[in-house]
Each structure stands twice: as C-alpha cells, then as structure tokens.
Design a protein around this ligand. Structure first.
Ligand code: GDP
Ligand code: PGA
Ligand code: MN
Ligand code: MN
Length: 613
C-alpha cells in the first residue's frame, strides 16, 4: 500500500515530505483501498464519477443534487470538541477534552473504517493567496467521501501548490474526515458514535461519523473557524469569526465602507451579503459581497487599520426561502452552468428540477416525479402529511465567482479595512431594528451577550432562545474570558475604532407572528444609517442599550411598513430589557476571567435601564 500511496502522490506532484508522511500514516490507519490527490482541475472528472456512482444526481445544466443520510443533516454541537494538551484551554462552550484522550479514541474509531474506499487527499488554502495570514491557512483534508471533495473544491482553494511551497513545510493543518457507517452510529442517542474533534495546539482535526457539510468540509468550519480562532489567540495576531463581510459604496460621495458581522447560523449572514442589491435605494449605492460566513481580522501595524479577509472560496447557503424577491443574487449564483451543488432539497427525478420551501409560494402543483429530501415520492405521501419537501437546513454550494455582486477585489490578499462590526440574531421581541454602540468594551459586551432563537443549522429546538457569544458558540476554541480579552486587545490596537451595532430583522407581531421589518434587501437602510452616525451626519437617540435611529433619520423611501410596526422596532422595551439583564448576568458569570471592562459595561447598562425604568 505504501508504494501505491507514494505513487499517487508522485503522480500528482505532491512533494512536501511532511504531507506525504501524514498521508501515508492515515492511509494505513483507515485502511483505504486507494489514495487520490485532488486539485481543483479534477472537478469535472470527479463530477462524472459521482454521477456514475449515483452519489449526485443531475439537476439541470451544470447543476447537481445530493441527499445526505436522513440522520445527518446539520452540525452537531454536543459531539464537537476542541481538545488540547493544556487543561486551562477548557472553556464553557468548547467541550474541552485532553488531546491524550481524544487522539487514541478517534484513531480507534477510524481504524479500518475506510476499507474498500478511496481516500481523497485535498490540499487547500483558507485565505486569498499572499495574505499576511497565509501562514495559518494551509491544510490537507483527507476524506473517504467523494462529494466532500466536490464541496471542498467549491469552498476553498484546492491544489498541491498550496502545500508544496510552504515557508514552514510542516505548518499545515492535518484534517482527517472518515464518514463511518452512517446507518449504525446511533446519531442523537446515548450511544452516539460521532466525534468532531479539533486538537488546537496540534493543529489536527479528526472528524468521524458524518458526511454533512458543516461536519465534513474541514477547511471551512473546523479549520476556518475553530482552528483559526485558536491560532489567532495563541499567536496573538488575529481573530477568526463567523462573520459576513460586505462593502457599501455611496456613489454620491464616492466613499466606500466595509461592514462585517456575526449572526448565528441560519440568521441571515448569507442573505445580508448577497441581497443588498446594487440598485437599492435609487441606484445611489452599490453593495459588494466579500464573504458570508467567516472573516479573519487583524490590525495592520503600518496604518493601524483593522483588515478583514474572507478565507473561503465559495458559499454554502441555506436554500429555504431563497427566491427572486428575497435573494435574487443567490438564485443567479446557482443558475444553470454554475457547477453548483444542492443538498437535501426536493428533487424531481423525471425532470431534474429542484424545489425548496419558499422558492415559490406553493410547491409544484403537478407532483409527478417529485420526491422530498429523504427521497420519498410526494405522490405516495399519506393523507395530511404536510412535512416540508426540503430539509429546513437544505443548502446550495457555489463558488464566490458565481455570486453576482462579488467584489472586484475579493482576492486582495490584504483584505479590506473595517468600519463597522455588527451582531444580530433571530429575536422575536425586545431587540430593536438597530442599536449602535460606540465604545469597544460595550461592543464586545454586546457580542458576548448575543442571544437568539435556535435554528435548524445545528441540531436543537427551533424557536428556543439561547446565548451565542458573537455567534461563535459552536466554534468557540478557547475560554470565553480569554476570548473577550483577545478581542479587546486586537481591536484595541486599531487607530480607527470600528462602530459596533446590534441588528434584528426578525421582530414579530405577538398576535399574528408576521415579521415587523420587511428585511432582506431593505436591510441596507439601517446599515446606511449606521455609517451616517459614524460620520456624524445623524445623531440618533441615545438609550441605555445604544443609539437607535429616529424615524426621520432612517431612509424610508418606497418602504412598505405599517407605522405601528416601525414604532415598535425603533423602541426599547425597558421592562423586557431589565428582565434580560438578569439572564445576561447569569450567562456571563459562567465565564472565568472575563475582563473587568466587560463587567463595567454590564453594570453601566443595568444602572441606566433602572434609572429610566
Ligand atoms: P446564515 O446561515 O446566517 O447565512 O443565514 P441565511 O442568510 O442563509 O438565512 C437563513 C434564513 O433566514 C433563510 O431562510 C433566509 O431566507 C432567512 N432570512 C435571511 N434574512 C432575512 C431577513 O432579513 N428577514 C427574514 N424574515 N428572513 C431572513
Ligand atoms: P451558516 O453556515 O452560518 O450559513 O448556517 C454554515 C454553518 O454555520 O454551519
Ligand atoms: Mn456559519
Ligand atoms: Mn450562510
């Protein structure tokens, strides 16, 4: 086998001796029958092979569809662990375990588990080439699942050059993915066999028991977020956050702004980055997409500005409710010919069409040929079965170049300078449309107390409120107190301080449940107000929890909204907020070593709410 593995690497020109040793080790351990090194140029051949094997199905010209195992449709936070060799790395959310315990456990599960399969070797880079953070960006994913390789080619830059020419040839992330026998892993039971482990200080990722994107595309979440967050902290150099990243140009003034921000999974990052359409608001602005899920932030020592890069190469977006009105950009980016992949939506095997809830107001009237995401024919459904045709966390995968509003300079290795950092989530009451925060500690405090309703992107209960610090709860790699201190330190170095804001597109009417704010493309309006506030062009109204826009400051041209709904989303509900502060106190008390300035912010806001209430 060793000879065959070396031959495969020779043929692909994979020369880095450390990578070769790593590949040999895991080929032997997992018992893979053969090894294949993947580059982006292998995509069309891999697509053909996957079609022939029935792993993907044709979904129109240059479009493909796949189903994942029905118990394997989302990230699993309880099964996710950030391990290390240092017990003081244990935080509240990282489920810390010792590397000493985890490595043999995972090796045990993976031993022989790829027998009869091909092990795909995927050298990748999670950064635009030439980035100052490139040293943290290289990795090699090993996977025994071909569709994972197809996804990785879309979501990251893939090719042997990314690891052959490393300044330090040993400085790549070792990322091993073994699917396991999905039908016998006890998903969600006390006998759950799945383990998704990142060993932070060994820069090693070992994921066993899933082929779903969020668990199996190791460059994206495990490396791009967990490992990078750990590296950013350990090196003191940068932050890795679950952030979208957009550029907004005001054609009238010629100014360009860059905004990044964290919302928990399935709370609107991808939509925000894609839907703020160029023609919005009378063609005065144009909005460019830089990223929709991950940003790495550093302060440039020369000009003292905060720069953000999107380490990804593609978009892994939620399909539900994507349509020509909500997100035309997303539809364009998965149009025929884009080589996009769909996962777990509804599929018509006769016509190769796809559908998901919200794509059109009603599902296709003629159900002939249509099957739901589990593959069950709609025509054979029991009377009264109105379960969704697509899984609520069904996804599309496409490369950045397909996104219509992709920024011209999206591969600029330096990244873009940041003007604002926003946080948001699904909150049906209390949180106004936008509240701006001008103080760093208060901004970090706001991120740490981000609370939102659970969504389907992670296993959990839809509709239940939970705290999700900076939207990083599922990716937290080291203790939360140190995380807050690292934020204060990194951003504190910046000469130009960003403005912070908390946004909420999801406030609902308590009676009939309708969204009070139209959302989607209209979300540009509060962001423009935020930039005007930063420029000193508007004043807003100071409240204990931040500055909120007055009605006349917000651009409402052509907006359809009921006056009473607008009043509600521009108002602070003092009673609800005072109640919230008690929950926040409990939440923050879990974290050891939280910087005093965070507690000061908490006390200041609590006192201000009391004084007003
Ligand atoms: P992400 O996972 O954070 O990237 O979130 P997405 O942008 O994929 O959105 C998740 C879900 O929220 C999708 O079903 C969207 O249609 C929906 N969504 C996104 N933005 C808005 C908005 O402004 N208003 C409403 N009502 N729904 C939204
Ligand atoms: P999302 O990205 O934030 O768009 O849902 C994927 C994930 O976080 O699993
Ligand atoms: Mn995400
Ligand atoms: Mn997204």
């Amino acid at each position: 086998m060793v000879a065959a593995v070396d031959q495969a690497m020779d043929a692909a020109g994979l020369t880095n001796p450390h990578v070769r040793e790593y590949v040999n080790y895991w080929a032997e351990l997992t018992g893979a029958e053969r090894v294949e090194v993947v580059s982006a140029s292998d995509d069309s051949r891999l697509i053909k092979e996957s079609l022939a094997a029935g792993e993907i199905l044709p979904a129109g010209d240059g479009l493909y569809y796949s189903r994942s195992y029905f118990k394997d449709t989302a990230r699993s936070e309880e099964r996710t662990i950030v391990a290390s060799n240092n017990p003081s790395d244990a935080g509240v959310y990282n489920n810390w375990r010792s590397a000493e315990e985890m490595r043999p456990l995972l090796e045990g599960k993976m031993r022989g588990a790829s027998a009869g399969k091909t092990m795909y070797v995927i050298p990748y880079l999670m950064a635009p080439p030439g980035s100052p953070l490139e040293a943290y960006a290289a990795g090699v994913e090993l996977t025994d699942h071909r569709t994972v390789a197809l996804h990785m080619i879309r979501m990251s830059r893939v090719g042997v050059d990314f690891v052959n020419n490393l300044a330090d040839p040993n400085s790549f992330v070792r990322a091993v993915h073994v699917t396991g026998d999905l039908e016998n892993l006890g998903q969600g039971t006390p006998e759950d066999q799945r383990y998704f482990v990142t060993i932070g200080d060994e820069r090693t990722i070992l994921h066993f028991g899933s082929s779903y994107g969020g668990n199996a595309l190791l460059g994206k979440i495990a490396h791009g977020l967990r490992q990078a967050a750990y590296d950013g902290w350990a090196s003191g150099e940068f932050l890795a956050e679950q952030f979208m990243l957009v550029g907004i140009t005001d054609k009238k003034t010629g100014k360009k702004y860059h905004i990044c921000g964290g919302f928990p999974s399935a709370s609107g990052k991808t939509n925000l980055a894609m839907t703020l359409a160029p023609d919005a608001l009378g063609d005065r602005y144009y909005v460019e997409f830089y990223g929709d899920d991950i940003a790495w932030l550093r302060v440039d020592p020369e000009d003292g500005k905060i720069y953000a890069i999107n380490p990804e190469f593609g978009v892994f977006g939620v399909a539900k409710d994507t349509n020509a009105a909500t997100n035309p950009g997303a539809l364009d980016s998965v149009a025929p010919g884009t080589q996009s992949l769909f996962t777990n939506i509804a599929y018509n095997a006769d016509t190769n069409e796809v559908w998901w809830e919200g794509k059109t107001p009603e599902p296709p009237a003629d159900v002939t040929g249509w099957a739901d995401w589990k593959g069950n024919l709609i025509s054979e459904r029991a009377e009264g079965d109105d379960s969704p045709w697509a899984h609520p966390n069904s996804r599309f995968t496409t490369t950045l170049a397909n996104v219509p509003n992709i920024a011209a300079d999206f591969e600029n290795p330096k990244g873009v300078p940041i003007d604002a950092v926003i946080f948001g989530g699904r909150t049906r009451d209390r949180e106004p449309l936008i509240r701006a925060i001008t103080d760093l500690a208060e901004g970090v405090y706001d991120g740490l107390t981000l609370g939102a309703e659970a969504t389907f992107a992670a296993e959990g209960v839809d509709g239940q409120l939970r705290y999700d610090p900076m939207s990083m709860r599922p990716f937290m790699a080291y203790p939360e107190g140190a995380y807050a201190a690292h934020w204060l330190k990194v951003i504190g170095q910046a000469k130009d301080q960003p403005i912070f804001a908390h946004v909420n597109w999801f406030q609902r009417d308590p009676e009939d449940g309708h969204f009070l704010w139209p959302g989607y493309r209209e979300n540009l309006r509060p962001l423009l107000w935020l930039m005007e506030l930063k420029n000193g062009e508007v004043k807003g109204r100071q409240t204990p929890v931040g500055i909120i826009p007055t009605k006349d400051e917000l651009n409402l041209d052509g907006l359809e909204i009921k006056p009473e709904d607008l009043d509600t989303i521009l108002t602070i509900d003092n009673d609800r907020w005072r109640q919230e502060m008690g929950h926040r106190e409990k939440h923050l008390k879990q974290f050891d070593g939280l910087p005093e300035s965070i507690w000061e912010a908490h006390r200041r806001i609590t006192a201000d709410l009391e004084a007003e209430g």
